[in-house]
Design a protein around this ligand. Structure first.
Ligand SMILES: C[S@@+](CC[C@H](N)C(=O)[O-])C[C@H]1O[C@@H](n2cnc3c(N)ncnc32)[C@H](O)[C@@H]1O
Length: 307
């Protein structure tokens, strides 16, 4: 299911009534919002048999979005395939910050794109951008390709910047990077929906949660246009280290906090007029601390809902 405006938000039609048995099953399985979930499942299932199968999967603990096959993000309905990171409500703040800094036609890279939700939402907010996205996980890449095809977005598979076309170097206005930022030791504290049903590489940020960010920051000056911005989400306690990392990479950081969404975003700007760092330096920095695909790579969330 490609990106489309979420009928859940924008439609004025009443929700499909869910059978009370569905509500009861979900409630018995511990779903806190059983009524709401039942309505969504009933509205999405095409047949009674499909509804039963969906309810069973949800009751067995799969994330609602994986059962539905989509998530709502910034008013869009974004396809989310099994195992692919479910875009979090909190991350809408990162998109809002980016939208305030960019303009129609900006060159945007959504690094560590997962489903491609951030790039899609920014494209929608700005009325069209030159959109590139990349991820290391083949399932995420396939999902993002479906979501971004209609927008003309290009999706690459590989390790951080490695698959991006060289022609983007020094041209990127907005570099979105919702990298994994959960410290490895905190993965066990995540809710089972995230821990068991999202790829480890989407969550695990290494010992301090900042391993992927270090590599993204080291490479950013080569890819950003003068005045271009890297935006990433982090947890409150990671802010001092994250600010130090981007400052060390030659970027100028600003921290933005949204209490309502419990979100912290760092906007790191490449100073205008400064020359890009040389490619051989970045390539060397990029190799330091490289993590194997699906290894102890990523890091995410200081208490993001469901991960
Ligand atoms: C926290 S998820 C964010 C996904 C998406 N941006 C979102 O917010 O919904 C992190 C993503 O980073 C990807 N990832 C982790 N390490 C990577 C690497 N070295 N290179 C590219 N992508 C990576 C994971 O596969 C995952 O899709």
């Amino acid at each position: 299911m490609p990106v489309q405006p979420s009928p859940h938000i924008r439609s004025t039609s009443p929700p499909t009534a869910a059978p009370s048995a569905v509500v009861a099953t979900l409630r018995a399985a511990g779903c806190v919002f059983a009524e709401d979930e039942a309505e969504l499942l009933a509205a999405t299932a095409r047949t009674p048999a499909e509804l039963t199968a969906m309810v069973d999967r949800r009751a067995a603990g799969l994330p609602l979005e994986h059962v539905l096959g989509w998530a709502e993000f910034c008013g869009l309905r974004v396809a989310v395939d099994p195992g692919v990171f479910v875009p979090r409500r909190r991350t809408e703040f990162l998109v809002h910050r980016a939208a305030a800094l960019a303009r129609p036609g900006s060159v945007v890279v959504d690094l560590c794109c997962g489903s491609g939700a951030l790039g899609a939402a920014l494209d929608e907010a700005l009325g069209g951008v030159e959109l590139h996205a990349a991820d290391i996980d083949p399932a995420a890449v396939a999902c993002a390709r479906r979501n971004l095809a209609a927008l003309g977005g290009r999706v690459y598979r590989g390790d951080l910047y490695e698959p991006l076309p060289a022609a983007l170097r020094g041209r990127v206005d907005v570099l979105l990077a919702n990298v994994p930022y959960v410290p490895t030791g905190d993965i066990t504290l995540l809710p089972p929906e995230a821990r068991l049903h999202e790829a480890r590489v989407a969550l695990d940020g290494g010992a301090d949660g900042l391993a992927v960010l270090r590599r993204v920051a080291a490479g950013a000056p080569l890819w950003l246009a003068p005045g271009g911005r890297l935006l990433f989400e982090t947890s409150g306690r990671q802010v001092p280290s994250a600010v130090g990392i981007v400052t060390g990479a030659g970027l100028v950081p600003e921290v933005a906090v949204c209490e309502e969404l419990d979100a912290t975003v760092v906007v790191a700007t490449r100073p205008p007029g400064r020359p890009s760092v040389r490619a051989d330096r970045v390539d060397r920095a990029d190799r330091v601390g490289r993590v194997p695909p699906y290894g102890a790579g990523g890091a995410a969330s200081g208490g993001r809902p469901g991960g």
